[in-house]
Ligand binder design. Structure first.
Ligand code: SF4
Length: 474
């Protein structure tokens, strides 16, 4: 047992995030003790008293730096992102670029002060540069110039997210709003009806039917039937001026939900980008994570999409899945290279509290190994061999090995929606059950409103969901 003694409880959250990064499978608990501890318990004392003139964020940083240094001494482990605990490190790099700092100044600052590894600093800087040029593309779509504000760059207009919360079955690591078809398939028609009603209200509430980008995710959008998808896309085209949008992505998602008919419908509606997500190309792992298809089905679905003429296909993968060693992970990327997708997203497994993986931790956690540098380096190598460049990145809590999720794409085929949502540069209007809309104000403030997760409630209370949006965006 390791006991951290904090002089100020305000630092409890910072401490939890950092300690979990060093001890991902341990429970972190908080308790007050006046009576001291048994002999043999190691006590780490962190002095968090405020030095004169320190701002709140400087105070948090100096606390985290002291704790990080002590944890490195204790464990001998150095984290790739040092003591940065936020989910958007590239945003910090982007801000410094916009302030006119040189590449070297920025890299030195992150490696020296935040203890970020040289490799991660290089990658985050490359992504920040890429984001700057992608934002110019997004601004061209904006009806006004991008607004330079106190906070930095804010892009006028909005992007649209459409959530389809159905899946063929629930994946072991899932914590999204997702309802398995076995029990909820009969609600799909009612859901689409409610969703179309919510979508119809947007142009009137926002005063524009021209989203900069559109993203349909979930869940798994292809858990709808071909006819249902057709009906929904007809409605989207009728309500929104999608020819004015920079891109329209549909996360086709799990190969066990994709059919020729569904892909043909998506193609017919001129959708510019789809995602087919293997996560792994190892059959044993697919079984463990709850997918009823094999790696060869992924290949077949991918080829089907190419034959139909899709020329911008993304593939999502996860490093750190139960039972996978480095060899298996390398096999996944070798197989993906044979397919040559236009973009590749590399996730580190994130242990979400609500996932089955966490709930059944006794069964699965012994098969989890922490993700390794070598595995991320291999994924990056394969991406570069395919001509893909990193263009967005984010982190989540409790990620395997404390790594990050990185999106790579062929230049010109990036998904700008991903940058917009990660960097919070534009308002996002999100429709569907369990979604969150964000309004980004010119002064940098962000306000949110959500919709209920529960399917039947979403359907029956759709007017209330619309009202919530009217309050935020109207
Ligand atoms: S496909 Fe995605 S949303 Fe559906 S169950 Fe798996 S992780 Fe969850």
């Amino acid at each position: 047992m390791l006991v951290l003694k904090l002089t100020d409880e305000e630092f409890y959250n910072d401490a939890c995030v950092l300690v979990r990064s060093f001890y991902p499978k341990e429970d972190v608990v908080s308790f007050r003790s006046k009576s001291g501890f048994d002999e043999g318990v190691r006590i780490m004392e962190i002095d968090s008293s405020r030095a004169s003139g320190q701002t709140k964020s400087e105070l948090h940083d100096s606390f985290k730096k002291e704790l990080y240094t002590k944890l490195v001494d204790e464990t001998g482990i150095k984290l790739p992102w040092g003591f940065i605990t936020g989910v958007r490190p590239s945003n910090m790099f982007l801000k410094m670029l916009e302030e006119g700092k040189s590449d070297q100044e920025i890299k030195d600052f992150f490696t020296d002060f935040y203890c970020v590894s040289q490799a991660k600093a290089d990658m985050a800087l490359e992504i920040a540069h890429k984001e700057m040029s992608l934002m110019k593309r997004a601004e061209n779509l904006s009806h006004k110039e991008a607004l330079m504000t106190k906070r930095g760059r804010i892009i006028d207009g909005y992007s649209l997210y459409i959530g389809i919360p159905f899946c063929p079955a629930t994946c072991l690591y899932c914590s999204f709003t997702s309802y398995p078809l076995a029990s909820f398939a009969n609600l799909r028609d009612y859901y689409i009806e409610a969703l179309i009603r919510e979508l119809k209200a947007i142009p009137e509430i926002y005063g524009s039917a021209r989203p900069a980008t559109i993203y349909m995710g979930g869940g798994t959008p292809t858990a709808l039937t071909a006819e249902q998808m057709d009906r929904l896309l007809d409605a989207v085209k009728e309500i929104f001026d999608i020819d004015e949008s920079q891109e329209f992505t549909i996360e086709a998602g799990r190969p066990d939900s994709i059919t020729y008919d569904k892909l043909a419908v998506i193609k017919k509606h001129g959708i510019s980008r789809i995602s087919i997500n293997p996560q792994t190309m190892n059959d044993e792992t697919l079984k463990i994570i709850g997918r009823s298809h094999r790696a060869e089905d992924i290949v077949e679905t991918y080829k089907m999409a190419r034959e139909l003429g899709f020329d911008n296909i993304n593939m999502d993968t996860i490093i750190g899945l139960p039972g996978e060693d480095t060899q298996m992970i390398k096999h996944t990327y070798d197989e993906i290279m044979k397919l040559a997708p236009d973009s590749l997203t590399v996730h580190a497994l994130s242990l979400k509290r609500a996932s089955a993986l966490n709930l059944w931790r006794d069964k699965y956690w012994k098969t989890l190994t922490s993700a390794k540098d070598e595995e991320f380096d291999y994924a990056a190598l394969i991406a570069s061999k395919m001509g893909l460049e990193p263009y967005y990145m984010y982190r989540q809590k409790n990620m395997s090995g404390n790594f990050e999720n990185v999106g790579y794409a062929t230049p010109g085929k990036e998904c700008i929606y991903n940058n917009l949502i990660m960097e919070e540069l534009q308002s996002i209007i999100a429709c569907g059950a369990g979604t969150v809309s964000k309004r980004v104000y010119e002064d940098g403030r962000i306000e949110r409103c959500d919709t209920v997760k529960e399917l039947k409630l979403y359907i029956s209370e759709i007017d209330e969901m619309i009202e919530r949006k009217r309050k935020l965006f109207g």
